[in-house]
Design a protein around this ligand. Structure first.
Ligand code: F6R
Length: 261
């Protein structure tokens, strides 16, 4: 696991975009996993700038979203597909038909989840999965207590997560859906490379527990310790409780130039 503590959001955005660009340089038709929420936004914006500058292209890329709220109407601004389209799809040059997400309006939840798993598999699996982390340690919407081997399914959102996300719903907790569809932890762990992005002091405890604590469903993202290829990009506030932050800084400062991401 590579942990990079960045000194600014723009440095984090640039390194995150470097990770994506390295993936596409190796495999122009890569499959990318997309997180919604605030954490990846600087990276998506930087990817948009690089596409506009002609230095990279998503023309052959397929993308799979991590999760979706259950029951939000198609025209709801907080529907994750709407968010991803605004912040990623229409910002880069990906074909919108190649962006997939769980159908939050399905009448057949189990069938939709099984089909989503099959679609990821048929695409060849995810080459690079971008994830954020919840203040309670969730990845995707796999809340504490989730099976570490879980696949795409319905989950009930933790009240803490709904409170955290109420900011996107005008501060109205009752407007935040209670259920979602999310890739499982086993699904996420199948990705060949995982990029975790976390910003802000509110994530400090989760980042400490997830990266330095025990591997436990109490902090679901801690399973990433078991993955062979994880890149973590954090800002100083999110890294502030890391006990091994000096080692992370030394390692990155002395990273061999050939190594890349
Ligand atoms: C979003 C997702 C969530 C978020 C997490 C952090 O698709 O799967 O796990 O990554 O809730 O959200 P932000 O980035 O808004 O702090």
């Amino acid at each position: 696991m590579e942990i990079v503590i960045t000194s600014s959001t723009s440095e984090l955005a640039s390194l995150g975009a470097d990770v994506v660009q390295a993936t596409l340089a190796r495999k122009p038709d890569a499959v990318i996993g997309l997180a919604t929420g605030s954490s990846p936004l600087p990276v998506y914006a930087e990817l948009g700038r690089r596409v506009a500058a002609g230095t990279m292209s998503f023309a052959r890329v397929k993308a799979f979203m991590l999760d979706e709220y259950l029951g939000l109407p198609l025209d709801h601004p907080q529907r994750y597909r709407t968010e991803i389209d605004e912040k990623f799809t229409y910002v880069v040059d990906i074909d919108p038909a190649n962006v997939h997400g769980p159908d939050g309006l399905t009448a057949d939840v189990p069938g939709t989840c099984t089909a989503y798993e099959a679609a990821i598999k048929n695409a060849g699996g995810v080459d690079l999965q971008i994830v954020g982390v919840g203040t309670d340690g969730h990845i995707g919407f796999n809340e504490p207590g989730s099976s570490l081997a879980s696949r795409t399914r319905i989950k009930t959102l933790n009240e803490q997560t709904r409170r955290d996300n109420a900011r996107f719903f005008g501060g109205d907790l009752s407007a935040v859906p209670i259920h979602c569809l999310t890739q499982g932890i086993g699904t996420i762990m199948d990705a060949r490379h995982i990029l975790l992005v976390a910003l802000g002091e509110a994530k400090a405890e989760a980042i400490h527990q997830v990266l330095e604590g025990a591997v436990t469903s109490r902090w679901p993202a801690s399973i990433l310790q078991m993955h062979p290829h994880v890149t973590v990009l954090v800002d100083e506030p999110a890294a502030s409780l890391l006990q091994l932050q000096h080692y992370a800084r030394d390692t990155f400062a002395n990273k061999p130039s050939w190594q890349g991401f």
